[in-house]
Write a protein that binds this ligand. Structure first.
Ligand SMILES: Cc1ncc(COP(=O)(O)O)c(C=O)c1O
Length: 411
């Protein structure tokens, strides 16, 4: 085998549904040298990360930390730690990631109930209420922004429903945290998990997560410390949480004063996650979210200005990613390939019933920027025209310019 060269990726502007181009400051933080797992610098940095993510999640939850995994891993950690085999879990489904929650809950041994909305819509509160009455779940597991359809499920009324049925409220905020309001405490959410590679502007591989005292009580009730690190007085139950790696009771002890040696914290990912949160809070959470709304609206306006149709219920669109219908006469994959090959710009398609029917274009994290929006629109227009699909010359960029002007941002 000939030795491959050093990593030298091509220049890309990642304008898909995530991962997106990482902020240079995040990459810089991730190039810092390692320290030992229990070095005072490391444990202090873990504490700082906890405090920073309390700011990002808008919560006072003591149990706010990173799960060393991609976002899917944090979903598994939350569900496997909260759900005991046989528990009923209700999942509203409006896209691919609702199916994922149901799948993971099922693998945790839950009796899974679902309530579905057609793709492109959200699940009405009344439908969730009726399903709660039928299922009487222990956990209501909700995707906040389902990236597959770009729809954002409203949380109004969910806490009240959970209180009525004595149920925990879990949210997957992988695709929305930072770019859309999600105040964990104000909305009464018991557990929420995210990822870095969307609005937070980092790479995948570390998953910020937060747990309310109510959720912590359930998890602590299942505590079982593995042999080898177990000390006198530590519980060891016959029915521990079904995953060792994602056992949040042990992970809490690792992040807490006990510093239980559960796993080796992913130091470089922690440096990156810390910088992501610093970027959000330095800008201000409200401003950071507002920037996503501004550039997301400009992108959607630009696509419509090109004569394309935005997919889904506009009243429930995520701020940071837009799905646009691929015109019938256009080869969607040929357009995506040309954008990548000729302009270095990546956009996404979708999954399941939407595969090949929509493109998904993100404006998030570092790429929620005017130049990234205008460049993407200009390139998409050029590719569409060159491939023979007539779009009004300059229509996309003009409409985005108008959107910025309407929002008071100088063109
Ligand atoms: C809403 C949502 N949940 C979960 C995931 C899974 O994230 P990861 O690929 O980081 O495991 C994604 C990824 O796109 C997502 O958009």
């Amino acid at each position: 085998m000939s030795l491959p060269g050093p990593i030298d990726p091509p220049a890309r502007l990642l304008m898909g549904p995530g991962p997106i181009t990482a902020h240079p400051r995040v990459l810089q933080a991730m190039s810092a040298q390692l320290v030992g797992q229990y070095d005072p610098y490391m444990t202090a940095a873990m504490g700082e990360v906890q405090e920073l993510y309390r700011g990002v999640f808008d919560t006072a939850n003591a149990h706010t930390l990173l799960v060393d995994a991609t976002a899917r891993g944090a979903i598994e950690a939350a569900l496997v730690s909260l759900v005991s085999p046989g528990d009923r879990v209700l999942v509203p489904i409006m896209g691919r990631f609702g199916h994922l929650l149901a799948e993971i809950a099922g693998r945790c041994g839950a009796e899974v109930h679902t309530v579905e909305a057609p793709w492109g819509e959200v699940v009405p509160l009344e439908a969730i209420a009726a399903a709660m009455e039928r299922a009487r779940p222990r956990v209501l597991a909700v995707v906040h922004g389902d990236t597959s359809t770009t729809m954002m499920q409203p949380f109004d009324g969910l806490r009240e429903l959970c209180d009525r049925y004595d149920c925990l409220l879990y949210a997957d905020v992988t695709a929305t945290l930072g770019g859309n309001p999600f105040p964990v405490d104000a909305w009464g959410v018991d557990a929420a998990t995210a990822g870095l590679q969307k609005c937070l502007g980092g790479p995948s591989g570390s998953a910020p997560a937060t747990f309310s005292p109510r959720a912590v009580e359930v998890i602590e009730g299942r505590r079982s410390i593995e042999a080898g690190i177990r000390e006198a007085g530590d519980p060891a139950t016959a029915h521990p949480i079904r995953s060792n790696y994602f056992d949040l009771a042990m992970i809490f002890d690792y992040w807490g004063p006990r510093r239980l040696n559960h796993h080796t914290e992913a130091t470089t990912m922690l440096y990156g996650a810390r910088e992501c949160a610093r970027l959000v809070l330095e800008e201000g959470l409200g401003h950071y979210q507002g920037r996503h709304a501004l550039h997301g609206e400009a992108m959607a306006a630009g696509l419509e200005g090109m004569g394309l149709r935005v997919y889904g219920d506009p009243a429930h669109k995520m701020a940071n990613v837009v799905a646009v219908e691929i015109p019938e006469e256009v080869d969607g994959e040929a357009v995506r390939s040309a954008l990548l090959a000729d302009f270095g710009i990546e956009i996404g398609t979708s999954f399941g019933p939407l595969a090949g029917r929509v493109w998904r274009i993100g404006t998030m994290g570092w790429n929620a920027r005017k130049d990234a929006v205008l460049t993407t629109l200009a390139a998409l227009e050029a590719v569409l025209r060159y491939q023979g699909y007539g779009v009004p010359a300059g229509g996309g960029v003009d409409a985005a310019y108008d959107a910025y002007a309407g929002a008071g941002v100088a063109a």
